[in-house]
Design a protein around this ligand. Sequence first.
Ligand code: BGC
Length: 430
Amino acid sequence: MLFNKDFMLGAATAAHQVEGNNVGSDYWIMENLEHSVFVEKSGLAVDHYNRYEEDIDLLKRAGLNAYRFSIEWARIEPVEGQWNEKEMEHYIKVIDYCLANGIEPVVTYHHFSSPAWLITKGGWESPEVVNYFERYARYVTEHVAGKVKYVCTINEANMRLQMAFLIKDITERMSKQSEIQNQEGSVQVGVNLSQNQSQMMMSMMETAKAFNIDDPRKVANFVSQASEEGDLLVMKAHNAARNAIKSVDPSIQVGLTLSLHDIQWVDGGEENAKKAWDDEFTHYLPYIEKDDFLGVQCYTRKIFDENGANSSFETGTKTQMGYEDYPAGIVNVVRRCAEEFKGTIIVTENGIATSDDERRCEFIKEALTGLNDCITEGIKLKGYFAWSLLDNFEWQKGFSMTFGLISVDRNTMERTPKKSLKVLGSFMEK
Ligand code: BGC
């Protein structure tokens, strides 16, 4: 049961989580506030900016043939309308290094972090974001055309809406701090809810001040809560970027990625489960039906009863992230997406945060065996990218979440491949 050479078997990273010194981004500012909600700062991260050759070498040596990474908008356009050619050249070098080594580069144009100036201008709730993102996408594509075949415009384009639901839920539970912290695992990204209310307020006010915005509720970075219009703006930005990319190079395959849960239900939970899937997936279909592919990202499942998601039905152990270890999730989600989305599907992220690498090996084996069955069933599945190539900066949760196939000693930046890297590579035909 091996994947053939046409299949992209690889691992993923995101610029801000691995590169280091991403000083022009909104995240850098938020991490460095006095009352920051981030448990630690990204700082040098894992210095992938300077060590990408070594990291790609390790990926290749393990038998993988593809690498998904992101370009940092804040580096390319540090000041609105001003392009940094030198930074663009850096990413071209990364792409060229992949190509020279027979590794397919899958490039994401936006992975959560945005230039700080964008947030000051209203961020992801301002209609202007559509033009800004389109212009940036066009600029990058003009430089990577002819080299890159797959572009993900926006990573987890539904994350802002998921945050809106999370924040609504927290507000309703505001009086019970312990219940609030339990909610961290309800989104597939590192959020830190361990702060008390006054700390949270302080950090919101400092954030607004840092971006020169009068009302803290109006700070609209990518992992803040979306309004209904804001949710739509992400889709408009994606559509505009897709058209720009295609107009520069029609051969580039374009898609976005979504954060999806394997939504299940018990008796009485059908309606809630249906609504959850509609919120996460179905209502986006009109905006992605012209895409070449859909990037599917799933880490766990959610089980609904008549009152909503209920974790007491879960049977698996919890990962470091606080959600259930459930490798079958990605397989179920791919099957479900394939029923409604007719283009190619790529698993752009899937993985487990654990210090037990044997557990990760089992997780990979179970997920890949199920995905191989999907191909046999006729699903157009074109690739699988494990999250993540390296242990890295898990956003508000810092460096303690170990998703990586390679560990990094952050004092020396020395890399040590884990057994799971080899296990992943063993699924590729020789
Ligand atoms: C994101 C990654 C993140 C991962 C694990 C996804 O939400 O795209 O940036 O590190 O999940 O939480």
